[in-house]
Ligand binder design. Structure first.
Ligand code: NAD
Length: 261
C-alpha cells in the first residue's frame, strides 16, 4: 500500500469523482476526511464503508465550499483529527449551462467560489503544515475545460482555467519543499454533475437527451466513451505516490483524446 501513514482531505467527496478518489486513496492505506453535500445517512454509510473496506480512519466534515472560514476550519479539523494533512484534493465542483447574456450572476459567483476560490482557501490553509513536513501532495480536479472552452459554460470554463493557473503558481512556490501541485483534467465522466446539465443543454441547444449525449457530450471525445471516476482516481493516487515526486505544475488530461484535436 503506497499511501499508508498518509492523511488526506478530499473536497466534494460525497459523490462522483471525489468519492472515487477518497476510496482509492483509502485503498492505498491513507486516512481520509470526506466532504460534500447530501443526505446525512447516505454520507455516514459511505464514511463507515471506507473504514470497513480499507481499515483506515475516515471522518466527514460538511464545510460549505462557498464559505472561506468553513474551508479553513475544515483543514484545521483534518489536521487535528488525523495528526497532519499530507494530501489535499480540491475536487468539489458545480456546473451551470446558459448563454452568457442570460447567465445568472449568482450562478457565476457560486461556480467561481466552489470551483476556483475554494481551492485557493484550502491550499492556503494546508501549505504551512506540508512545508514544515517537507512532504505534500496537492491534486485538483480541473477539466478538459481548463484547456479548451465550450459555449454556454462561461463560469465553469473560467474557473477551470483558473485552477490550471493556480496549480502552476503553487507548484513553483513549493518546488523545493517536497510538495507537488498538479491538476487532472478529465473529459466527460458519467456522474450526477453531467446528468444534471443535460436538461439545460437540451434547452440551450434545442436538442433531445439522446442528441445531447451523442452529438454534444460524446462528440467531444474521440474514443466515444465516457471516462470513469475510477480511472480519474487511479491517476490521483499515482500523483500522490513517491513515484510522482518530480511531476509538479502539470495539467494531466484524461479525456479520451478530446483536447488532442
Ligand atoms: P458530483 O456532482 O458527482 O460531485 C460534486 C461533489 O461536490 C459532491 O460531493 C457535492 O456534494 C460537492 N459539492 C458541491 N457543492 C459543494 C459545496 N458548496 N460545498 C461542499 N461540497 C460541494 O460531480 P463530479 O462530476 O464528480 O465532479 C467532481 C469534480 O470533477 C468537479 O470539480 C467537476 O468540475 C470535475 N469534473 C467533472 C467532470 C465530469 O464529466 N463529471 C469532468 C471534468 C471535471
Amino acid at each position: 500500500m503506497s499511501l499508508s501513514k498518509r492523511n488526506a482531505l478530499v473536497t466534494g467527496s460525497t459523490s462522483g469523482i471525489g468519492l472515487a478518489i477518497a476510496r482509492a486513496l483509502a485503498k492505498e492505506g491513507a486516512n481520509v476526511v470526506i466532504n460534500g453535500m447530501g443526505d446525512a445517512a447516505a454520507i455516514e454509510t459511505e464514511r463507515a464503508s471506507i473504514e470497513k473496506d480499507f481499515g483506515v480512519k475516515a471522518f466527514y466534515n460538511g464545510a460549505d465550499m462557498m464559505k472561506p472560514a468553513e474551508i479553513g476550519a475544515m483543514v484545521k479539523d483534518a489536521q487535528g483529527r488525523l495528526g497532519s494533512l499530507d494530501i489535499l484534493v480540491n475536487n468539489a465542483g458545480i456546473q451551470y449551462v446558459a448563454p452568457i447574456e442570460d447567465f445568472p450572476v449568482e450562478k457565476w459567483d457560486a461556480i467561481i467560489a466552489i470551483n476556483l476560490s475554494a481551492a485557493f482557501h484550502a491550499i492556503r490553509a494546508a501549505v504551512p503544515g506540508m512545508k514544515a513536513a517537507k512532504w505534500g501532495r496537492i491534486v485538483s480536479t480541473a477539466s478538459a475545460h481548463s484547456l479548451v472552452a465550450s459555449p454556454f459554460k462561461s463560469a465553469y470554463v473560467s474557473a477551470k482555467h483558473g485552477i490550471a493557473g493556480l496549480t502552476k503558481t503553487v507548484a513553483l512556490e513549493l518546488a523545493t519543499f517536497g510538495v507537488t501541485a498538479n491538476c487532472i483534467s478529465p473529459g466527460y465522466v458519467w456522474t450526477p454533475l453531467v446528468e444534471r446539465q443535460i436538461p439545460d443543454t437540451m434547452k440551450a441547444r434545442n436538442l433531445t437527451k439522446e442528441q445531447v449525449i451523442n452529438d454534444v457530450i460524446l462528440a467531444a471525445q474521440p474514443t466515444k466513451e465516457f471516462v470513469t471516476a475510477d480511472q480519474v482516481a487511479s491517476l490521483a493516487v499515482y500523483l500522490c505516490s513517491d513515484a510522482a515526486a518530480q511531476i509538479t505544475g502539470a495539467n494531466l488530461s484524461i479525456d479520451g483524446g478530446w483536447t488532442a484535436g
